[in-house]
Design a protein around this ligand. Sequence first.
Ligand SMILES: CNCc1cc([N+](=O)[O-])ccc1Cl
Length: 324
Amino acid sequence: VSGSATTTPERFDSEFLTPVMVGGTTLMLNIDTGSSDLWVFSNQLPASESTGHSVYTVNAAKKLVGDTFSVSFGDGSSASGNVFADTVVVGGVTATRQAVEAATSVSASFTQDTNVDGLMGLAFSPLNTVQPQQQRTFFDNVKSTLDTALFAADLISGGPGEYDFGFIDTAKFTGTLDFSPVDNSLGLWEFTTSGYAIGTTRHATAINGIADTGTTLLLLPSAIVTAYYAQVKGIQNSTQFGGFIFPCNAILPTFSLIIDSKLHTVPSDFLNFAPVDAANTNCFGGIQSAAGLPFSIFGGIFLKSQYAVFDMSQATPRIGFGQQ
Ligand SMILES: CNCc1cc([N+](=O)[O-])ccc1Cl
């Protein structure tokens, strides 16, 4: 089988939401290649935490008795609850006994984002948090039924974009797909670029990072971030806003990752993330520092410029990028 599902960005492309049928109810999930739990808002939540969200209604007959989950993210958000086995369908692709992690508690930032009814984690299953019986991701459950064991993210600024399962849509990128081998020892889609470019100036410095559809920005080593913003007039590293800001009319160089010796380029307009004030005086940069993190994070700011292929069809997982 193969299939596609439309994915729609929130304001400023901060996250992308995809309709997923969970036990017969359509929920809007954030497909997150940086985590490995499929967890959903459920009718077990207190109304104070679930008002405004669609919820999965649990059925005791489907419960995986004794199993619980507790997942937390780098931005401090979290969710926890219990686990049910149910049918999950996305883009016409079906997992019949998918572990559906039904929240009994969610952190405030999830409650406040009423457009999101949960997450579909598509990193690797060893990162799944269910105990005592760790569960498999949706992709792991369906990959043997797919025409080809891969999925692709076609995130489009302003949308709509698509997630493809089981096939590569060559109409969604120009030129060739360039692949890197993935080191999944941390359970993530981790790879190393052969270099980067600021504008047309190439640098041979390798960057190790993860492809994370659930992270909004492009987080890079601080030396590279400093070199990039040295080209931007009026740059400030703002403690108030927690990162680099610049006048909203600043001219921004493009930024490229060099993958398999080819430039994969983020256009300038993607690198101005959003205004920090109502008067649109200063804007928050799409590139920010990954200082303190174990790797760079190639999030939406980069992924919006590419067709990203998450490929487990070969002995070693690999990731491919095609310039949109
Ligand atoms: C782990 N991937 C990034 C992330 C995703 C989400 N999400 O709701 O999809 C929340 C926080 C973070 Cl840090």
